[in-house]
Design a protein around this ligand. Sequence first.
Ligand code: RP5
Length: 181
Amino acid sequence: GEAKKPVQTSAVRAMERESSKKPVVGIIMGSDSDLPVMSAACDILKQFEVPFEVTIVSAHRTPHRMTKYAIEASQRGIKAIIAGAGGAAHLPGMVAAMTPLPVIGVPVKGSCLDGVDSLHSIVQMPRGVPVATVAINNSTNAALLAIRLIGAFDGSLHKKMQEFLLRQETEVLEKAAKLER
Ligand code: RP5
């Protein structure tokens, strides 16, 4: 049957090693081909020092593994799940159907339909099973949203997000000033 140990590429393992504490965010993706898009989420979580795990879970190719992951995530201490998928992107929605945790969906572009297929598959959830959907390929925003969710109950993370926004604003203002000079 389905392997108990997740099948992981070395790139995924390397990212996980850098986040060795008990994970609070779970990042999953339908294929290792999603990794170049999804790695931005890992970078953000590292930057905010939020422990995370990252692995491959496919709704269609490993449906039993998906079920196990969704059912067990909460028990393992995961507080938010980021799920990236492309094409007929059922992963975020199916995971959301099987966990009370917040699920953030990342529509991955990569098909002939430019990612619009992924976007529609992820965003058009039926009433009762929400998936917070970010822009196509924007796993950065998925991680930032996960941090905001957790930060609402974690003062130090909340503060880090405030500082992030301030830094971001300062950077733009500095660029504007440079341009106006
Ligand atoms: C989806 O199909 C994956 O999330 C990926 O975006 C897309 C293509 O996967 P590969 O055929 O490249 O593995 O399941």
